[in-house]
Structures are given as structure tokens and as C-alpha cells.
Design a binder for this molecule. Structure first.
Ligand code: SF4
Length: 323
């Protein structure tokens, strides 16, 4: 059997890129991967030269690869990078993830800060689900509410000017489709990777892996011997995302660049949103600067932010249980 060689040199190929069928060796795959991340950073102006970047690392493949690539790219700039991990308090799964997150930070030679739900909100995610019951909100909803808030607080605490997360092209395309299915196209519009408005009290989130696929990320980790957590979260059963993921996989069989087409469509929407700035629709797209939560002081459109509402409910139930 003929062994395929790289389309750019004579080395043995490590991969065939599905959308243009080009074979790439390890060296040229790595170069193309880093170049695409760099292009994403430039395209959306994700970083400034003097940024302090907090990279959210869970220990999973996306965050471990993100940290490795960002450290490589930012070496040329005076920007500073620190690693931040949110410990949700999910038995076994999080302890395992922390091990890989610590390994990745050590390998990168950077500071690593860990913030836990238990310290901040008085309950691990496991305890939250126990006291609140799974019926009201799903595990991922509670997790998301607390994580968004804690990550922002962590960013403020470490003095970060940007928080980088490992969302990849597959995640982003799935989210666009899910917003469509929920009839919430405005949510997609508000997720512009290069927002024109910066909200007080929020550290800007950036997603440098927006244009790299899950398949490429797994391969990058494998070829560069980056260990990562493979154990899935026991709560990872977000039904709608699972369905959308399957639909996308089927679409890619017929159209290998389907994910990129969806992202390009989203980018066109962002351009339309930017073009509307200053005209009446902008009020609907981007409501006024939110006020502050009366309890924690963080930005919130309601008098109490969602995290404080959940936190108060937990304290109430726990208080009742112990009294
Ligand atoms: Fe949290 Fe859900 Fe992710 Fe598990 S799968 S870490 S519960 S968001």
C-alpha cells in the first residue's frame, strides 16, 4: 500500500485535511494549526500587546491545546499569560481534570490559580444539584451560571484584561444552530467575537480556537504529546447540543467544510449588527449597559444576578436543613 506523503514536503503524512483533502505531515500540520489561531486573533483583534491574558483551563483537550498554542504565539509579545481553573466540585471528574490542568500550567511555566464553587458560593455543584433538585434547572445550567460569574471574578482578581477560553469551531457552530432552533438569532448577534462595546465590570472573553475544529485539536494534542483529561463530565447530557452535534457530523460527511460555512454566516451577521450600530435596531440588539447586582455588585440586568439568586436559594435550603 502506498504511504501518503505531505502535500508540502516529502515527509510521511500524519493527516488528510477533510475539506481540501490535502495531506500534511506533523510539521506542516502544526504550522497550519498555529497560523489559523494567529489569524483568528488578528481577524477579531482578540489581544493587545500589553494584555494580561487569563487562560481558562479545565484540563480537557481544548484548554490544554489553547494554552500551549497561546504561549507559543504570545512569546513574541510583552503580553502576560496566567492559567485559571474553576473547580465546580464534581466528584472524581474535577479531581482528575485538575491534575491535567496543573500539568499544562507547569509545562507552560506559568502561574496557575484555582477558584472553587464551594469557596465562593458555599456549595459544590454536586451539593447544589442535591439541594436544588435536578428538576428546576439542569446541571449544566447551574454550572454555567456559577462558572461565568466565578471566571469573571477570577479574571478581575488576577488583574486580567482578557479571559481566553477553549471553545472550538464545532462548539461555536453548534451554538449558532442551537440559537436558531430556539428562535434566538439575537443571542448569536450579541456573541460577536470582536464586540464594539465593552461592559463595565466584565473582563472581555475571547475564543482563539473559534476556527479550529475538534478533530484538529485532538490531533494537535496527540502529535505534540499534550496529556489531557479524557474522562467525560458525568453531567454532560445536554440533550439539544447532542442532537445538533449529530446533525453537524452528518452534514460534514456530505460537506466537509459545513462548520466553517456556519461560522462564516455568523460572521456576516456580526457585520450586519455592526452596520446597524447607531440606528434604532441597536437598542434591541444591545440593551443599555446593565446595572449592578445589589448583592455582589457585578453587572446584572436584574436587581439580583442569577448566580446570587441560586446562591441565596442554596443557603436557604441548607439553612433550613441544619436548623
Ligand atoms: Fe458543567 Fe455541564 Fe460542563 Fe459538566 S458538562 S462541566 S456540568 S457545563
Amino acid at each position: 500500500m502506498k504511504i501518503p506523503v505531505c502535500g508540502q514536503c516529502t515527509r510521511t503524512a500524519a493527516w488528510r485535511r477533510p475539506w481540501d483533502r490535502e495531506y500534511l505531515c506533523k510539521l506542516h500540520f502544526n504550522r497550519a494549526f498555529v497560523k489559523r489561531v494567529q489569524r483568528t486573533i488578528n481577524r477579531y483583534k482578540l489581544f493587545d500587546r500589553e494584555d494580561k491574558i487569563a487562560v481558562g483551563i479545565s484540563g480537557g483537550k481544548d484548554s490544554v491545546v489553547l494554552l500551549d498554542v497561546l504561549v507559543e504565539i504570545e512569546r513574541k509579545y510583552p503580553a502576560e499569560i496566567v492559567a485559571v481553573t474553576v473547580d465546580e466540585g464534581i466528584a472524581v471528574y474535577r479531581e482528575d481534570g485538575l491534575k491535567y490542568a496543573e500539568m499544562a500550567a507547569r509545562r507552560a511555566g506559568i502561574e496557575h490559580h484555582i477558584y472553587s464553587f464551594e469557596d465562593r458560593f458555599g456549595a459544590t455543584l454536586d451539593l447544589t444539584l442535591e439541594v436544588m433538585g435536578k428538576g428546576r434547572l439542569g446541571a449544566c445550567s447551574y454550572c454555567g451560571i456559577f462558572r461565568r460569574k466565578l471566571l469573571n471574578e477570577a479574571g478581575l482578581k488576577v488583574g486580567a484584561t482578557k479571559i481566553a477560553t477553549g471553545h472550538n469551531a464545532d462548539d461555536e457552530a453548534q451554538t449558532v444552530l442551537m440559537n436558531l432552533m430556539r428562535g434566538d438569532i439575537l443571542k448569536t448577534l450579541r456573541s460577536n467575537p470582536s464586540p464594539t462595546r465593552v461592559l463595565d465590570g466584565f473582563v472581555r472573553r475571547v475564543k482563539p480556537l473559534r476556527w479550529t475544529t475538534e478533530q484538529e485539536i485532538v490531533l494537535y494534542a496527540h502529535l505534540n504529546e499534550l496529556p489531557y483529561q479524557e474522562m467525560p463530565c458525568p453531567n454532560a447530557v445536554e440533550a439539544q447540543r447532542g442532537v445538533v452535534r449529530e446533525v453537524l457530523t452528518q452534514m460534514q460527511e456530505a460537506t466537509p467544510d459545513a462548520i466553517f460555512s456556519i461560522l462564516r454566516s455568523a460572521d456576516s451577521l456580526f457585520e450586519l449588527g455592526d452596520a446597524a450600530a447607531g440606528s434604532p435596531p441597536v437598542t434591541k440588539l444591545f440593551p443599555d449597559q446593565p446595572g449592578s447586582c445589589t448583592q455582589c455588585g457585578q453587572p446584572s440586568v436584574n436587581p439580583l444576578c442569577r448566580a446570587c439568586v441560586v446562591e441565596n436559594s442554596i443557603s436557604e435550603v441548607l439553612g433550613k436543613k441544619t436548623s
